[in-house]
Write a protein that binds this ligand. Structure first.
Ligand SMILES: O=C[C@H](O)COP(=O)(O)O
Length: 247
């Protein structure tokens, strides 16, 4: 049985005041039946870790360099994230792929680095609008997820979380319909099953792309949608908590 998992990706949005207020509210009100993880920007991770002490809410980082240390000015390693209290990291978010030219090979390297350090990689995949309109959704998803499915063993893959984020639904207010999302999630689970049946059964596959309190319930009711990777709506306590506890 897969528990509902809701992850809040703050992207490049935060301040000390926001961190204190938002985390205080999430810690106090996060429902026990949902696993909740927040991904603030890197400079706030230590402070966030302190705020989350003793709470069931977990912490993650938004990006890592695949190397463990060295002359990589401006970069952050997986072991540093562990040191700062993180248990997870996002890998392959479409903004990283598009704005910072991250390739499938980079995604595999980062996923491996995360696993080696003991972080849970949240491997993000998703098609653009042009790809969907050209009927390439499944081909794109398969290519992106195969980068990790072919590069890692089942034990490593069992520690990953997968997130389907159609690029056309991110920050646009255009959510994939529950049926559209379910169709791709079922396809992803099929690819996981081809690797290993138990892996498919136990893996969390999250949906991301304009998830809100008022559409979360219907999305999360789909058989293969195990929760959400939430961007904009994770910045407002009431909205995010509404997603964590969809009515
Ligand atoms: O990581 C989160 C996704 O990019 C979704 O962002 P959004 O909820 O603002 O559409």
């Amino acid at each position: 049985m897969r528990r509902l998992l809701v992850a809040g990706n703050w992207k490049m949005n935060a301040s000390k005041v926001m961190l204190n207020e938002l985390l205080a509210s999430i810690v106090e009100n996060a429902p026990q039946q949902t696993d909740v993880v927040v991904f603030p920007p890197a400079p706030y991770l230590m402070a966030a870790s302190d705020k989350l002490q003793g709470s069931a809410v977990k912490l993650g980082g938004q990006n890592i360099n695949p190397n463990d240390s060295g002359a990589y000015t401006g970069e952050i390693s997986a072991s540093m994230m562990i040191d700062c209290g993180c248990e997870a990291v996002l890998v392959g978010h479409s903004e990283r792929r598009t704005l910072y030219a991250e390739t499938d090979a980079d995604v595999l390297a980062k996923t491996e680095a995360a696993l080696n350090a003991g972080l849970i990689p949240y491997v993000c995949i998703g098609e653009t609008l042009a790809e969907r309109e050209a009927n390439q959704t499944e081909a794109v998803i398969e290519q992106q997820i195969n980068a990790v499915l072919n590069g890692l063993n089942v034990q490593q893959l069992a520690k990953c979380v997968f997130a389907y984020e159609p690029v056309w639904a991110i920050g646009t207010g255009k959510t994939a319909s529950p049926e559209q999302a379910q169709q791709v999630h079922a396809f992803i689970r099929g690819l996981l099953a081809a690797k290993d049946e138990k892996l498919a059964l136990n893996s969390h596959v999250l949906y991301g792309g304009s998830v809100k309190a008022d559409n979360a319930k219907e999305l999360f009711a789909q058989q293969d949608i195990d929760g959400g990777l939430v961007g904009g709506a994770s910045l407002k306590a009431e909205e995010f908590l509404g997603i964590c506890n969809p009515a």
